[in-house]
Design a protein around this ligand. Structure first.
Ligand code: SAH
Length: 435
């Protein structure tokens, strides 16, 4: 029998556990010593006893039975070890133990074992077990020695892991958190820790379920600002409702995560929310996120800046606010030798292209790219020339959320992007595990 999942009886609480050791040579003596050190109640059966085992029997530390192994010796045992020099005798112990559902270990014969004895390295708060499945005990020991030599580094790593685990949303406080462009693996460690521990998550419609599913099971999730419902005064009212909800919930002692797509301070009204909380005297913190321009650039393989191609990157909004037709941008003053990343521009793609060409002096042939659902399910990238932008958007049926890139770098498309063929509805935890 071979063991797949390791099974480590030495870590159990063996105090008072009845354990049978068959054999009393040097190998058995080592096992007996380890078992005694863990407080086991040891019985040794052997035809002959080596001096160290004999001394233990005489001292009354272990019970000694002189003679051949008999199945009856297994009665009431929690563990069995076979360590005689006779493979047949060892196999008999293994068979009889297994028949009685007693875990058994046979020295130097992994196939007769139902558990293995790994080399163990333990530090203050960790135990590392190394095993080669009994095939190469020397190698296991060498790895253990290596681990011991690197104990300091291991401790540092453990400490780092603990700090991450220790990120918890405090009660009575609002965290204005950037959720990144949509791929849960692009959350920051801090965003993830806060999301997992908050009582309430107030989120935008753009934050996907994959990310929301990372919140605590009992957390209340409230979506503010629904798609297409933001025109006119509704937007301002909604923003006030968000402000009031954040402040009220924090005052009630809740830990509140205000989760916004991308970065909260980039076209996200995070600044207004921070201002309100500051005025209201409610404690808050801003946690940055990967903004859509950065996420979409990586997803589409577009360098935002590149020597000789683009020496600046400008983030701008196609329309300044959802309730304003025009943007407050001075199109004449945009750098034409850099990359433009246009947020909220897809619905006004024609106007944006016209403004850039007519007011901004961008040549019609300037490369342009549109990234729809960057890093999210159904990501699409279309490319062409600035003059063709409206047609590209129209023909491909691209919708919000989408980001427009304009500039020479938009013609580039590096490979080396993360493939996300089938994002899950619920997050499967690829990166989040272990944090
Ligand atoms: N605070 C956000 C921006 C919110 S404004 C950030 O920093 O990214 C909403 C606009 O962001 C959308 O209209 C779209 O232009 C852009 N956007 C957000 N997520 C996107 C995504 N995954 N792919 C493409 N564009 C996105």
């Amino acid at each position: 029998m071979t063991v797949k999942g390791p099974y480590f009886p030495i870590f159990f609480d063996l105090r008072g556990a009845k354990v049978l050791v068959v054999g009393a040579g040097m190998v058995a003596a080592r096992k007996v010593a380890a078992l005694l050190a863990h407080g086991a109640d040891v019985t040794v059966v052997a035809k002959e006893f080596s001096a160290p085992v004999r001394r233990l029997v005489e001292a009354g530390s272990v019970r000694g039975i002189e003679g051949p192994f008999r199945p009856a010796h297994l009665a009431g045992m929690r563990l069995a070890f076979a360590a005689t020099s006779d493979p047949q005798a060892n196999r008999l112990v293994s068979r009889e133990a297994l028949r009685r559902n007693i875990p058994v270990n046979v020295s130097d014969s992994p196939r007769d074992c139902s558990f293995i004895l790994p080399a163990v390295a333990s530090g203050g708060e960790f135990t590392l077990a190394v095993s080669t499945g009994g095939k190469h005990p020397g190698a296991a020991r060498a790895i253990r020695e290596f681990l011991e030599e690197h104990r300091a580094e291991i401790s540092v790593r453990l400490e780092r892991g603990r700090r991450r685990k220790a990120i918890r949303a405090a009660s009575g406080k609002v965290y204005i958190v950037g959720a990144g462009p949509g791929d849960p693996d692009l959350l920051t460690v801090r965003a993830l820790g806060l999301l997992r521990s908050a009582d309430i998550v107030l989120h935008d419609y753009l934050v996907p379920e994959e990310i929301l599913s990372l919140s605590a099971p009992g957390a209340k999730k409230v979506c503010f600002a629904r798609r297409g419902k933001t025109a006119g005064h509704g937007s301002a009212l909604k923003q006030n409702a968000i402000h009031e909800a954040m402040a009220r919930l924090a005052r009630e002692g809740k830990s509140v995560v205000r989760l916004k797509s991308g970065d909260p301070l980039v076209f996200g009204r995070g600044g207004e929310e921070a201002e309100y909380l500051e005025r209201a005297g409610v404690p808050f913190e801003i946690v940055p996120g990967i903004t859509a321009a950065v996420g979409c650039a990586a997803a589409a393989g577009i360098p935002l800046t590149q020597r000789r191609l683009s020496s600046s990157v400008t983030l701008l909004a196609g329309h300044e606010a959802d309730d304003k037709e025009d943007s407050g941008i001075d199109w004449r003053r945009l750098p034409t030798d850099g990359t433009l990343a246009v947020y909220m521009g897809v619905a006004r793609a024609e106007g944006v292209a016209r403004d850039l060409m007519e007011k901004g002096g961008f040549p019609p042939g300037t490369p342009a790219a549109v990234v729809e659902n960057g890093t999210r399910k159904g990501q699409r990238v279309v490319r062409g020339r600035l003059a063709d932008l409206p047609r590209l958007v129209e023909e491909s049926g691209i919708r919000s959320p989408a980001l427009l890139f304009v500039g020479k770098s938009a013609a580039l498309a590096f490979a080396g992007r993360r493939e996300r063929e089938k994002p899950q509805e619920r997050y499967d935890g690829s990166v989040a595990q272990g944090i």
